[in-house]
Ligand binder design. Structure first.
Ligand code: TEU
Ligand code: CA
Length: 575
């Protein structure tokens, strides 16, 4: 049983053999017909998750929220939004997961709150508020009139278009918001803010949750001088990143959090820190167990390779050699000290099979190949809901079909301030917008894919007729069945959970090849990232006689690869 597995082994390393599944609750399963997924919907699918074999469930935010950014704007950290259910439902979920040997990690969104959080309402009430300093309030730029164009305290842009500052007429000052105007940034310099967050985290752990996925947690320490950022040509705002990405005190804050929240607890917990812009050097420090910060980080390098200058609205084709070089640096950089998280997708990214595979004729083959390649790296793999079915990107028609604040704000800014046409913007946002991954989970072939009996909050992908869980549940050749196999392999085989990683064929434009090794055993993992026949020329003919362990075609001898083929071979070695 999985529960026992979690208890054995040296403390802290249980997650080497664990697989995490992410639920975006709004789009997973709706129990009451209001068109929005909820906790009772999740409760109805626990056996589905258990049969898949996952160890940990990560829930995107379900706290009270005005839903400006679908729950990443929280107005009460200690209650469930009525849209999603009640604290009793959550307790039932914790119990239902634990009884099946699974854990629950919550999303922790503490770089910012909602502007409707009582802390912010108090802070905004006036310059003498005891919580004024809980957020980043600043007067207009020297000599400028508050509210006038360009009067913001600095030139930083928000991740969701527009400036990173909002003017508040009550006191004539601005507050900082790296995301939407309804997501004011908390001031972590203030020790009261930090204690309030740690107290809240302890409250959740005492309730039975098993850890946290920490939203943009490497943004919590800013350069307090808040200097202007570089203004690139053609851009409306300066780049503040260098002044808040992995900022001056972030390691100190995360270590303090560890001591205040995690250090005195004995059960196996999980902390994964979402860190846009993090580099390998910092990630080693964040995840080195001796430093007591976090277990692993989500890095963003491999999901920025198909864009010009990291701008998701300027997509470009992905080159396999660049993908391999990037993931190799993370594998090698963290080997021996830290630990990697492994992911192709989440609620902010395009669908894995559409982005890294072929969602046309080779959808099933490439979805399986991608699963094998990712899960057989060294690190803890994350599955985003629907990925295990090979769900694809959505084709939206008009801007009114979109729901995400990021794409809606960008469309408005690009058509009004940058002179782009509606058609140009729609074409640019199609491949990488976040709503691609937020369409409802496809359960069956009924009208709304079995997601809701009402009207879904965002359109269901019409391909649910072909791609759905019902069709795959008992089909041993399905993408879903393949995910079960690859998860099982990690649970069972130490070469997968703990083996060393060696990249092979770094220059090959089409074949992804690597070795995993533990004393006595070698695993060769080969993936064909193309729709043509290839050969993996690993320069060692003895592999042709090795034992096939896993594949997405009927096993064949040799190192030849059919279109989008995954081939995993094992051999015993002496010494
Ligand atoms: O995302 C952080 C982040 O920087 C990006 O992934 C962001 O979603 C966007 O794509 C920038 O182009 C986290 C959450 O995962 C995301 O859903 C939230 O919107 C964001 O933080 C704010 O809380
Ligand atoms: Ca509902």
């Amino acid at each position: 049983m999985t529960t026992d597995r979690h208890r054995t082994g040296p403390a802290g390393d249980w997650f080497h053999s664990a697989v995490v599944y992410q639920i975006y609750p709004r789009s997973f399963a709706d129990s009451n017909g209001d068109g929005i997924g909820d906790l009772r919907g999740v409760l109805g699918k626990l056996d589905y998750l258990h049969r898949l074999g996952i160890d940990v469930l990560w829930l995107s935010p379900i706290y009270r929220s005005p839903q400006d950014d679908n729950g990443y704007d929280i107005s009460d950290y200690r209650d469930i939004d009525p849209l999603f259910g009640t604290l009793d439902d959550l307790d039932e979920l914790i119990a239902g997961l634990h009884s099946r040997g699974m854990k629950l990690i919550m999303d922790l969104v503490v770089n910012h709150t909602s502007d409707e959080h009582p802390w912010f309402l108090e802070s905004r009430s006036g310059p003498d508020s005891p919580k004024r300093d809980w957020y980043w309030w600043r007067p207009p730029r020297d000599g400028a009139t508050g509210g006038a164009p360009g009067a913001e305290p600095n030139n930083w842009g928000s991740a969701f278009s527009g400036p990173a500052w909002a003017y508040d007429a009550v006191t004539g000052e601005y507050y900082l918001h790296l995301f939407s105007t309804k997501q004011p940034d908390l001031n972590w310099e203030n020790p009261q803010v930090r204690s309030a967050v740690y107290e809240m985290m302890n409250w959740w752990l005492d309730r039975g949750v098993d850890g946290f996925r920490m939203d943009v947690i490497n943004f919590i320490s800013k350069d307090t001088a808040l200097p202007d950022g570089l203004l690139a040509e053609g851009m409306l705002y300066g780049d503040g990143g260098p002044f808040y990405i992995s900022g001056p005190r972030v390691h100190e804050f995360l270590h303090e959090m560890h001591l205040q929240v995690f250090a005195h607890r004995s059960s196996p917990l999980l902390t994964v820190a979402e860190m846009p812009g993090v580099n390998v050097r910092d990630a080693v420090l964040f995840t080195d167990p001796r430093r007591e910060e976090v277990d692993m980080v989500f890095q963003f390098e491999h999901v920025a390779l198909d864009q010009e200058e990291g701008n998701k609205w300027r997509p470009k084709p992905l080159r396999l050699v660049e993908l391999k070089a990037s993931l190799r640096r993370w594998q090698e950089g963290l080997a021996g000290t830290g630990w990697n998280s492994l992911y192709w997708g989440n609620h902010d990214q395009a669908r894995a099979v559409s982005r890294f595979g072929d969602d046309g004729a080779y959808r099933e083959l490439s979805a399986k190949m991608l699963a094998g390649i990712l899960h057989l790296h060294r690190g803890t793999p994350y599955i985003y809901q629907g990925e295990e079915l090979g769900m694809t990107n959505m084709s939206f028609g008009a801007i009114s079909d979109y729901r995400d604040i990021e794409v809606l704000n960008h469309h408005r800014e690009a058509t009004t301030h940058l002179g782009h046409t509606d058609a140009e913007v729609l074409a640019a946002v199609a491949p990488l917008n976040r709503d691609n991954a937020r369409t409802p989970l496809q359960w069956d072939t009924t009208g709304n894919a079995g997601f809701t009996t009402g009207t879904p909050w965002i359109a269901v992908n019409p391909n649910h007729n072909r791609i759905n869980a019902a069709a795959q549940l008992d089909d041993p050749a399905s993408v879903l069945a393949f995910y079960r196999k690859v998860i099982e392999l990690r649970h069972r085989d130490p070469v997968v959970s703990d083996g060393d990683f060696t990249m092979l064929l770094p220059e090959d434009e089409h074949v992804y090849a690597f070795l995993r090794t533990v004393p006595g055993t070698e695993l060769l993992v080969l993936g064909n990232f193309s729709g043509s026949d290839r050969t993996a020329d690993v320069g060692d003919p003895s592999w042709t006689a090795a034992e096939p362990v896993l594949g997405n075609y009927p096993a064949s001898a040799g190192l030849a690869l059919r279109p989008w083929e995954l081939k995993v071979l094992r051999r015993l070695v002496s010494g």
